[in-house]
Design a protein around this ligand. Structure first.
Ligand code: SF4
Ligand code: SF4
Length: 371
């Protein structure tokens, strides 16, 4: 196929609207800190503006990745998504290749949604925080009901329908104490693609839910031991963080934002067409502009974007760390969960001190299998 360009953006069709009321939701916190909390549902005309801007901009072989996120994106309704795909499929050129992901809480997935996911080959990121007791503690419906049973049933329906599903688990301070139980749950449910996301505290605040630096060696250390045990018994799930460290300890850069030590432009598109550089920073002073009057290049070159990308600096704690060349000090927004700057403690460093060499060895083993 020759040279291919890559472009990705994140669309929030329903702004901060959600049918669940998760206690630790970082997006609700962010949205509350800007002048407009909720922009409602993205209008069809805005969908068309955004997609015209992108499709007209790329005139050669381009892979365009679109991630739908929220709030809860499915609240935009099936008709919204049908319009979106109809519009893109009638306006795209042969050299435009599109791939889609959709992050959902899975609460209202039914046969029609499953059909849509199959038809457009959408990779689903489904939020399940592990076993019921812990999931239901934080992920409640708007009327305060537990959601676990519904969501686990929907997970199995998706798998049965051969939809590609990644499990997204938010690791709270609470869950960090129960790595082995979490692992047993994944194994029992035969979950193969798992993304673990440390629970963030609200911006510039602390919270009891948030993942703490000491949780890193506690949680990931135990989970790693379970992972090795699982491998010996034929269970080899993809776990984002382990694959990332197995690659990094063998000198391979990561695909995940922040793991290479710098920010990347995410083109986060709010329902009103506003664009922000990163999902963690959809705040007024990071608003770059609107798709109504910008194309990808002018958004990228905007002063707000440059300022955001240049904001990242390596913490002093990292400068003399033996792991800095593979860790790069991580994502600036997530650092608060990994490092206790006041006491000079880093949870990642403690984890790598203990498990770095087995992670490296296991990484080599997998690399040999792959190549
Ligand atoms: S703040 Fe983190 S997630 Fe956002 S662009 Fe920077 S590294 Fe990526
Ligand atoms: S392990 Fe910790 S101290 Fe070392 S580079 Fe990474 S974040 Fe910084």
């Amino acid at each position: 196929m020759g040279f291919m360009k890559y472009f990705s953006l994140l669309i929030k069709p329903t702004s901060a609207s959600c049918n669940l009321n998760c206690r630790y939701c970082f997006y609700k916190d962010e949205a509350k800190k800007r002048s407009v909390f909720n922009h409602g549902i993205m209008e069809y005309s805005m969908v068309e503006t955004i997609m015209d801007r992108i499709l007209n901009y790329f005139n050669e072989q381009t892979m365009i990745t679109i991630a739908f996120q929220g709030g809860e994106p499915t609240l935009a309704g099936l008709e919204w998504f049908n319009h979106f795909f109809d519009y893109v499929n009638t306006h795209k050129k042969d050299f435009h290749h599109l791939q889609y992901t959709l992050q959902t809480n899975g609460y209202t997935i039914n046969d029609q949604w499953i059909e849509l996911f199959q038809k457009h080959n959408i990779l689903i990121g489904l939020s399940i925080d592990g076993y019921g007791q812990i999931h239901d503690r934080y992920r409640k419906s708007n009327d305060d009901r537990p959601t676990f049973d519904v969501i686990l049933t929907n997970y199995h329906r998706l798998v049965q329908a051969k939809v590609n599903v990644n499990i997204l688990t938010v690791v709270t301070h609470d869950l960090a104490k129960h790595a082995a139980r979490l692992y047993d749950f994944y194994r029992q449910e035969k979950m193969d693609y798992i993304q673990l996301i440390p629970c963030l505290p609200p911006l510039d605040e602390t919270s009891v839910y948030a993942f703490k630096p000491q949780d890193y060696p506690l949680f990931f250390g135990k989970l790693w031991t379970c992972y090795i045990d699982g491998l010996n018994h034929g269970y080899r799930p993809y776990i984002n963080l382990f694959d990332q460290w197995m690659a990094a300890t063998n000198g391979i850069g990561a695909a995940q934002c922040g793991a290479n030590g710098y920010c990347a432009m995410q083109y986060v598109s709010e329902a009103d067409g506003s664009v922000y550089p990163c999902d963690f920073y959809c705040l007024d002073h990071y608003r770059i502009g609107s798709w109504s009057n910008h194309d990808p290049a002018t958004l990228m070159m905007d002063d707000t974007t440059t300022a955001f990308l240049n904001e990242t600096t390596l913490p002093t704690l990292c400068t003399h760390c033996p792991y800095v060349q593979m860790c790069h000090g991580q994502c600036k927004r997530q650092r608060v969960c990994f490092m206790d700057m006041t006491n000079g403690y880093c949870g990642i460093r403690a984890f790598l001190n203990e498990h770095g060499s087995t992670i490296h060895q296991m990484g080599q083993h997998f690399l040999k299998q792959t190549y």
